[in-house]
Write a protein that binds this ligand. Structure first.
Ligand code: BES
Ligand code: MN
Ligand code: MN
Length: 463
């Protein structure tokens, strides 16, 4: 690995300037207006893979945004690492809350990243992390030290639910044959405390529409006499959780995996300061399900959150009106054994049942995803653990995350492959928020660690 590591050190500056170029492309998958930019980002990834020395690089078109594939097969008899990531990004709005434009990357130090962080949409989620893999591959190939086969599958629709990836995987099973899937699209506890993600939550996402009268009404002439959809919607939403912040939908918790007391004790030992947490968010108190710690609430317990709510008059001044319609977008994060379709159905049934006479309710499901847990005794996990221990000088802690990467459960179902979630981001990197950033420490630490993963994984498999 020595030549690889020297190659990385010698090419540090170039690795950064190339990432900056990638971050300039606004590859927002959710917005049709950016379709060309999404394609451009795919081409950029494909070019970088070729530059790294990958073969059979292809931009695979789908009915949505393309998937970039590339591989380096050195010996059919050696194990194969399949890298997954995404080059699409979340929309950047609200733009006015960014300190610098989202697609004009700048490097600035922060309290947590004294050596500098790169500020741009997608810096951490997930272009910066995908690019670590491309550069690590380049370093290994150019140093003639790639210890096993590598395949890359980088998609452009993760942020919109990986709509076409499932179908593509089914059609490309042969080409995707591998021994492990390696993903860097999660994070670590802190730069001093490395961790490996061992679980992701699932997702059920619905939009609700409450309709009252057939038109907007004068709130003086009709106020007090007809159901106001906005009042009703607020009331209905407040009924979805009880005073212990438990979700009231009948059957919602029926299948929830009960995590053992040992595992709970273990996860609560991981470094976490509730005071620092509150301070960073400017809140006086944390809030959540009774009987669980903040760490537990954010990983092993399911949730229900309103992501947006609108209707009626929201312009300047006071318009007196009872709106005809009110809307909300509601997400439920799910834990192992909860089925997203089942939960969506339970939500729909319950939400309709609590609607008073005088309004009509319409529930529209959006994309969802299944939860995933990954084993800590697999060759992949052991390789990741050894690799991080090598570069951080500290054994990483296994920890479940609250976020979702729905495609992970599909990898297992369709390809029969386990996933290792070896991400390098921090919760404070503001992914999906204004001023998203990625620490230079984390970017370089990732590039340094990945070749060790290949090394230890090849060794684990030859034992
Ligand atoms: N990379 C994130 C998920 C993530 C981040 C997991 C940090 C663990 C730690 C991914 O890009 C993402 O944003 N997923 C979405 C779901 C998707 C269906 C839009 C999410 O979790 O909201
Ligand atoms: Mn991501
Ligand atoms: Mn994301």
């Amino acid at each position: 690995m020595t030549k690889t590591q020297s190659f990385i050190i010698e090419n540090k500056e170039r690795f950064l300037s190339e990432l900056i170029e990638l971050l300039k492309i606004p590859s927002i998958s959710a917005n049709k207006e950016y379709k060309k930019d999404v394609q451009k980002a795919a081409e950029s990834i494909s070019d970088s893979l070729k530059q790294a020395g990958a073969e059979n690089v292809e931009i695979c078109q789908t009915n949505g945004h393309p998937i970039v594939y590339g591989e380096k097969i050195i010996d059919e008899n050696l194990p194969t690492v399949l890298v997954y990531g995404h080059y699409d990004v979340q929309p950047a709005d609200p733009l006015e809350l960014w300190d610098s434009p989202p697609f004009e990357p700048v490097i600035k130090p922060t309290k947590i990243h004294p050596d500098g962080a790169i500020f741009a949409r997608g810096a951490c989620d997930d272009k910066g992390q995908v690019f670590m893999h491309v550069k690590a591959l380049e370093a290994m190939i150019q140093s003639n030290e790639l210890p096993c086969n590598a395949k890359f599958m980088i998609e452009g629709e993760e942020e919109v639910g990986s709509v076409h990836l499932g179908e593509w995987i089914k059609q490309n099973k042969e080409r995707l044959k591998a021994d492990i899937i390696l993903v860097s699209d999660t994070g670590i506890i802190s730069n001093e405390n490395p961790s490996i993600t061992t679980g992701l939550r699932g997702l059920s996402y619905v939009e609700v529409e409450v309709t009252g009268p057939n038109r907007d009404l004068h709130s003086g002439l009709y106020g007090g006499c007809v159901a106001n959809p906005l009042n009703i919607l607020a009331k209905m939403i407040s009924q979805l959780q009880d005073e212990d912040n438990r979700i009231t939908i009948p059957g919602f918790y029926d299948k929830v995996e009960v995590v053992s007391e040992e595992e709970r004790a273990e996860m609560n030992k991981a470094p976490f300061s509730e005071d620092a947490y509150k301070q960073a968010l400017d809140i006086e108190a944390v809030h959540g399900e009774k009987g669980y710690t903040t760490r537990e609430r954010g990983s092993i317990r399911p949730t229900l959150d309103v992501n947006g709510m609108w209707g009626g008059y929201t312009g300047e001044g006071a318009k007196t009106v009872i709106a005809s319609k009110a809307y909300a977008k509601i997400s439920m994060r799910l834990v192992p054994n909860q089925d997203p379709n089942e939960i969506t159905n339970l939500f729909q049934k319950y939400f309709e049942s609590i609607a008073p006479k005088g309004v009509k309710v319409n529930v529209t499901p959006h994309h969802g995803g299944e939860p995933a847990v990954t084993p800590i005794d697999s060759a992949g996990y052991i390789a990741a653990s050894k690799a991080m221990e090598q570069t951080f000088g500290k054994k990483p802690i296994p920890l479940r995350s609250g976020g979702s990467i729905p495609i992970v459960s599909l990898f297992e179902q369709e390809l029969g492959l386990k996933t290792v979630l070896m991400g390098f981001g921090l919760d404070s990197d503001a992914i999906h928020s204004p001023n998203e950033h990625y620490g230079l420490f984390n970017y370089y630490k990732g590039i340094e660690t990945i070749p060790y993963f290949y090394h230890f994984f090849a060794n684990e498999n030859s034992n």
